[in-house]
Design a protein. Sequence first.
Length: 87
Amino acid sequence: MATALISIAIVVAALVIRTAVAEIRRPGSGRRHWRFLTDPRALATGALAALLLGLLAWTTAGPVAAAWAVLAGALVGYVVGTDARDD
């Protein structure tokens, strides 16, 4: 269980580092990277994906797989929120 949670933490850290590097290259881009957190459609889609994947994962593989489902839901929300960007 600890290995899976550390793996999730590594993925999240990589995303944060990616945002930091983009912010250094182009100031203000970090805000655009995380804009999906304020987009209601992106949040709803990501939450729905996390819920459905989490229920499926919990029944098949247990709570650790549900944590991966939450990360997948966040990534779905990020992808849905990218179409509203004006890069």
